[in-house]
Design a protein around this ligand. Structure first.
Ligand code: NAP
Length: 285
């Protein structure tokens, strides 16, 4: 029996049990998957609990992806590059850290026929996930990366980090219609990494007219998966643009984590289909 968990705060609405449960059901593995609410600063208590219970690993979500680093025995190259861990495997009492978030996103991009290589990328937001995605985009050969954020200093911080780690130059811009329109004119992949339009968040984009200036070949990607179709994606679709919601990233990062726990290559596309069906059946997304 493989024993896993997802750890975060808040955690009650996490879809991780459906993602990992769907994958384990598909391969016929016997498993237990817990949702554990762990507040910031309380990771050490959870780590003792995980070891006592004989867990094989756990997934991490907000606010622990950086805080976990100091407790790990080993960190793989990709997670070290991002300074962020979303997957911990426990082996012989040792905690091994990995990050499958960026690769999960890359797989979701691929499912729509897109990749970061030679792409011009515009990212809205500059939180934890943007640091990881901007580093990955630069590493995979994006030719132009622009980050527009409400607090422009946070975008500048990520731009400096990406430049220091990859040599790729990234521009940091204000989160204003004018700046987004300007960036959007030469954009292959637009990513919304703000919570604007998310279920339970009151605020949404006040003006989506920046979508009208995008080249017709641009992919519009929202990291939000609830609702499945945000107003951003709805309008992009109406304009004939290709769209991608956040479910693809969520599911693929989970399947990649399961490959790490099980130390085996899984049939990712088939599992993706099974998991998305399960999520659709159970929560309508
Ligand atoms: P985060 O660290 O909290 O960052 C949120 C970002 O959104 C910040 O840059 C913030 O700007 C900006 N923002 C918040 N409210 C805004 C507003 N009213 N107007 C303009 N900008 C606003 O969050 P995160 O972890 O990076 O996650 C970002 C989004 O990605 C969330 O929606 C999250 O659910 C989603 N996500 C999805 C997946 C997936 O698997 N699909 C994985 C990770 C994250 P300031 O810097 O000015 O505060």
């Amino acid at each position: 029996m493989i024993k896993l968990a997802v750890v975060g705060d808040p955690i009650e609405h996490s879809l991780s049990p459906l993602v990992h449960g769907g994958a384990m059901d598909f391969i016929g593995a016997e498993y237990a998957y817990e949702k554990v609410q762990v507040k910031k600063g309380e990771l050490p208590d959870f780590l003792s609990y995980a070891k006592e219970k004989g867990m094989n690993g756990f997934n991490l979500t907000m606010p622990h992806k950086v805080d976990i680093l100091e407790y790990l025995d080993e960190i793989d190259d990709e997670a070290r590059f991002f300074s962020s861990v979303n997957t911990v495997k426990i082996m012989d009492g040792q905690l091994l850290g990995f990050n499958t978030d960026a690769m999960g996103y890359v797989m979701a991009l691929k499912s729509k026929g897109y990749s970061f290589q030679n792409s011009r990328v515009v990212i809205l937001g500059a939180g934890g996930v943007v640091r990881t995605l901007a580093l990955k985009a630069a590493r995979l050969g994006a030719t132009d990366i622009r980050i527009c954020n409400r607090t422009v200093e946070k975008a500048e911080e990520i731009a400096r980090l990406v430049n220091a780690r990859t040599g790729v130059s990234v521009s940091a811009e204000e989160f204003s219609l004018e700046r987004i329109v300007n960036a959007g004119k030469t954009c292959d992949i637009l990513i919304n990494a703000t919570p604007l339009g998310m279920h339970g968040v009151e605020r949404d984009f006040e003006d989506l007219s920046f979508l009208e200036v995008l080249p017709k070949t641009t992919l519009v990607s929202d990291l939000i998966y609830n609702p499945a179709k945000t107003k951003l994606l709805e309008k992009a679709e109406r304009l004939g643009l290709t769209t991608l919601n956040g479910l693809g990233m969520l599911i693929y990062q989970g399947i990649l984590a399961d490959e790490i726990y099980l130390a085996q290559t899984l049939e990712k596309e088939k599992i993706y289909e099974a998991v998305s069906k399960k999520i659709n059946d159970e929560v309508g997304l």
